[in-house]
Design a protein around this ligand. Structure first.
Ligand SMILES: [Zn+2]
Length: 237
């Protein structure tokens, strides 16, 4: 068995930690990770985000109702917990009263790190998440993660969600203004470049992939110029 890096869970030979630097933005991030997502380390971005975000935590599970760690964070007076989830009733930086609601507490942003389908189930089962204020984006953003298909356009990856929500919370003075979130996009681009080049190697060598029946997966991928595309919101509303 290949030796794994205990921080990013990648094989030591191509560990992503060398691309990581701290994004000390003043927000505490908690990633609720479905056990299936934990296995999908190849394309999972929650762990990648967590190695760049000091103080962030990954909590594994499906139903978090009785989860001690999560419940102690939710009951900690120092934090203003919010669940990243779209909705009419969600807070965003454009809504009046948001900064006042948070007050002098530290924003605690809870992100479900899973597929859209599993996320819905996790939220349905986890009753302690139901009463939490929701947080969503003011702007709408498009993922640069082109080979991971999500059913809805607004499903940016977990690491991109962190990047955009930091920028937005900075705009309403709820995150440290002097902190640059760019290391998140940098490590994400490095992951995409690595994955696409591996995929192209596989196609060139003629080895069958797990989706060999589908032409989309047998044609070589162009490695996009991610520097130019990264961090450009579709529209700023
Ligand atoms: Zn590593």
């Amino acid at each position: 068995m290949r030796e794994l890096c205990l921080r990013c869970f990648r094989p030591i030979s191509n560990c992503y930690c060398r691309y990581a630097s701290d994004v000390d933005c003043g927000i505490k991030f908690v990633f609720l990770m479905h056990p299936k997502e934990a296995k999908r380390q190849r394309t999972g971005t929650g762990r990648l985000a967590s190695i760049c975000l000091p103080g962030s935590e990954i909590i594994m599970g499906i139903d978090f109702t009785q989860n001690e760690r999560l419940n102690s964070l939710l009951n900690d007076e120092r934090y203003f917990p919010m669940l990243m989830y779209p909705g009419e009733d969600a807070w965003n930086c454009g809504r009046q009263g948001f900064k006042e609601a948070v007050g002098n507490k530290q924003p605690l942003v809870i992100i479900i790190d899973s597929t859209w389908f599993c996320s819905k189930k996790m939220i349905r089962l986890s009753k302690n998440l139901h009463k939490l204020p929701k947080l969503s984006f003011k702007g709408s953003y498009k993922s640069i993660f082109t080979f991971k298909k999500e059913p809805y356009d607004y499903c940016v990856s977990t690491i991109e969600s962190c990047y955009y929500i930091i920028k937005e919370l900075q705009s309403c003075s709820l995150a440290k203004a002097e902190c640059s979130p760019e290391p998140l996009m940098y490590i994400f681009r490095k992951m995409i470049e690595f994955q696409l080049s591996k995929e192209n190697e596989r196609i060139e060598s003629g080895l069958p992939g797990s989706h060999a029946y589908d032409w989309k997966y047998t044609r070589k991928k162009e490695i996009p110029n991610l520097k130019a595309e990264a961090a450009s919101p579709k529209s700023e509303s």
